[in-house]
Design a protein around this ligand. Structure first.
Ligand code: FAD
Length: 420
């Protein structure tokens, strides 16, 4: 079926997104993601699940993730982590020093001057901008390891049943916002009565779920055709239909596909907004020629993205009464952070790797969209603020790879459409 419709809550037709993605974005994005800067992702797959006793360490062979050996990752990438850690340590020290100064100041002088109030407000804004929408693994932990994403592709692993349902149930029932009358997991979820922000939250998560499930349909474990029985993965149209055909999904399939487009639009807009910042990034790996290529490739990709006329409008969210908007934003942030913690409970390492990466990428997009307007050289904020809008390499890598996954899903829909 063709989804000749508008993406919910956005002034954008699905058809125009198909065109943009399949023709202009997907091909250059895939070649960028094959470059060293983007293919090595540092992740901690051994973190304890904070919510229930660990049921992971599953025995499924296809869940295995191979970590990189010490010499495999370019030195420039490893060195950058030390640089950024140094930066964040300096920022932390600077922060605690300023907080201490503020405390001393207010203790000495209870009639705090206007200038000091201004300084404190600036400081609070600075603090705000640092707040992430997800929990990011500690790069320096001994349990964090580099993984080559190209050698550990997202695909069918056989991870299903009670463990997956507990994860998805916990995400939807405990962390997505619900209308007053709760809606049970797996039943019809009506978004009527929810405000725009809460609808957006649900659509982002559902869009991510759709994308994960499309990948497992596109790279399904096929019956072996070789004498040696080696494994092959490829598209499984029946599996795709069972998950998205309206007749086989009680009518839910098309809406779930539409949510994928919503998530795509949100990440697309984050890239457009961060473009001035990303255009100045070095994408340093130590290989001058490749780094130059990546920088140029990013510029070209961002020019397609920036020229798209129907971007998601994030300025419509968190409006109205400032106090209520602030509370709602905090709630939104906390729920999303919780979902990033749930990823540590996924019982299949391959699924956990890609789940963590995609949630972190989406969290980075939300940080770009909702941490103020001070991103990049065209921002009007002070230098002090600009410094606070640093993105770490892990955030950039996860944002582009997460967007790459959504982009691949949209392209895959086209492929299944042609097959059916
Ligand atoms: P599920 O996909 O588990 O869905 C559970 C219920 O949620 C459904 O019954 C339906 O009511 C509802 N639902 C389904 N889709 C949506 C949607 N888009 N929006 C809203 N509601 C929905 N498996 C792999 O083979 N490879 C992977 O890489 C992989 N990665 C995963 C990553 C994570 C974080 C998780 C939690 C699971 C992952 N899985 C992966 C498992 C996969 O997502 C399914 O859970 C599994 O295939 C079982 O599918 P199911 O048919 O039981 O329905």
């Amino acid at each position: 079926c063709k989804l000749n419709e508008q993406v919910d809550d956005c002034a954008c037709q699905i058809e125009s997104l198909d065109q943009l993605n399949n023709k202009q974005i997907h091909p250059p994005l895939q070649s960028l993601l094959a470059k060293d800067y983007f293919r090595y992702f540092k992740v901690n797959l051994k973190k304890q699940c904070p919510f229930w006793p660990d049921d992971s360490r599953c025995a499924l062979k296809d869940c295995h993730v191979s970590a990189c050996s010490e010499g495999q990752v370019p030195d420039g990438i490893k060195a950058e982590i030390h640089e950024k850690n140094k930066y964040s340590k300096e920022a932390q020290e600077e922060k605690s020093q300023t907080c201490q100064e503020e405390r001393e100041l207010s203790a000495l002088d209870t009639t705090i001057s206007k200038a000091s109030q201004e300084a404190f407000k600036n400081w609070t804004d600075y603090d705000d901008s640092q707040e992430n929408f997800c929990e990011i693994d500690d790069d320096t932990s001994a349990d964090s390891q580099y993984v080559d994403l190209l050698l550990n592709p997202e695909r069918y692993t056989g991870y299903k049943g009670a463990s997956t349902h507990r994860i998805w149930r916990s995400i939807y029932d405990e962390n997505c916002f619900k209308p007053e009358k709760g809606i049970a997991y797996g039943k019809q979820r009506s978004l009527a009565g929810l405000c725009l922000e809460k609808r957006a939250f649900y659509r982002l998560i559902s869009g991510l779920h759709t994308s994960i499930n499309i990948h497992l349909c596109a790279q399904y474990l096929l019956p072996s055709k070789t004498m040696l029985g080696s494994k092959t993965w490829g598209p499984n149209l029946e599996e795709f239909k069972s998950r998205f055909d309206p007749k086989l999904t009680n009518g839910h399939g098309p809406q779930r596909l539409k949510n994928l487009y919503f998530a795509y639009l949100v990440e697309l807009r984050a890239l457009a907004k961060a473009a001035p910042y990303l255009e100045q990034e070095d994408f340093f790996t130590g290989n001058d020629e490749e780094d130059r290529d990546v920088k140029q490739g990013i510029k070209n990709l961002l020019s397609f993205i920036k020229s798209f006329p129907h971007h998601f409008d994030e300025s419509k969210l968190f409006q109205g009464n400032p106090k209520e908007a602030h509370i709602l934003k905090e709630e939104f942030k906390n729920h999303f952070r919780n979902i990033s913690r749930i990823m540590d409970c996924v019982g299949c390492d391959k699924c956990k790797l890609w789940g963590k990466l995609q949630v972190q990428g989406m969290g980075t997009a939300l940080k770009i969209l909702f941490s103020g307007d001070g991103m990049g050289p065209d921002s009007t904020v002070t230098n002090q603020h600009k410094k606070s809008f640093q993105l770490r390499r892990t955030e950039i890598v996860s944002l582009f790879n997460a967007f790459g996954r959504l982009s691949k899903s949209i392209q895959t829909i086209e492929l299944f459409r042609e097959q059916s």
